[in-house]
Design a protein around this ligand. Structure first.
Ligand code: ADE
Length: 228
């Protein structure tokens, strides 16, 4: 998988992608993330990438020219399956959407800023808009990092334990069961006995029951229409 992120604030993303699980994925050659500075595509002498809105009003609007140049530059080098604008108006990201997108090859993520982007970018250059939640952030960089992380950790070989992504919360529509590690007894707090039994089938059954119970308590909407 290859992800190209276009942003006016590349420094915000560089540190994130040079650490964490994504660092390992890049080092192993399993995923590539390239961060592109939108200002490099500005022909303005001050490298501006925004301007005042026609019709007046507060806030600045991201201009079409640098965005168009950046996207065209990338598309001239390879085919991209989706050009995604990170926006609170977009389709709400959830695990099924991440799973579907994880099979794609090359993606461009465009980070918005200011009062948004010139509408012609959305009309002509973007193939999809994605929101990471019903709240407004000051830019699309954190959403782009969230989407990249969710996607890249699903690429086979990125997580140490091949099965661990499959047992995540939401992968089977349920939240994850509780997990414990040493020590077995901490003061008066003990690890549930079944986990110490060494009986794999019983442990599996217990974890499933815990997941169902927790989902019912914490996220009952996930069980709607599910046959438990
Ligand atoms: N940009 C600002 N807020 C956002 C959100 N909630 N999701 C995606 N992009 C955004």
């Amino acid at each position: 998988m290859r992800i190209d992120i276009i942003t006016a604030l590349p420094a915000l993303l560089d540190s994130y992608f040079n650490e964490s699980i994504l660092k390992r994925a890049r080092a192993k050659g399993l995923a590539e993330v390239h961060v592109h500075d939108l200002r490099a595509y500005s022909e303005d002498k001050h490298k501006r990438v925004d301007d005042y809105p026609f019709g007046g009003g507060a806030g600045m609007v991201m201009s079409i020219a640098p965005v168009h140049k950046a996207i065209s530059h990338l598309q001239a080098e390879r085919h991209y399956e989706e050009v995604i604008y990170m926006s609170p108006d977009g389709a709400l990201l959830d695990q099924p959407m991440v799973n579907r997108m994880s099979t794609l090859g090359n993606l461009i993520l465009l980070c918005g800023h200011y009062k948004g982007v010139d509408e012609r970018v959305r009309e002509h250059l973007i193939t999809m808009e994605v929101s990471i939640g019903n709240y407004v952030l000051s830019g699309g960089e954190l959403p782009a990092a969230v989407l990249s992380d969710a996607l890249i950790r699903l690429v086979p070989g990125v997580l140490g334990d091949e099965t661990s992504a499959l047992s995540d919360s939401f992968q089977d529509g349920l939240v994850a069961p509780p997990a414990y590690t040493r020590p077995e007894v901490y003061g008066e707090w003990r690890v549930p006995e079944v986990l110490m039994s060494g009986h794999a089938a019983k442990i599996e059954e217990w974890r499933h029951q815990q997941s169902v119970q927790r989902t019912r308590q914490r996220r009952p909407e996930l069980l709607d229409g599910m046959d438990q």
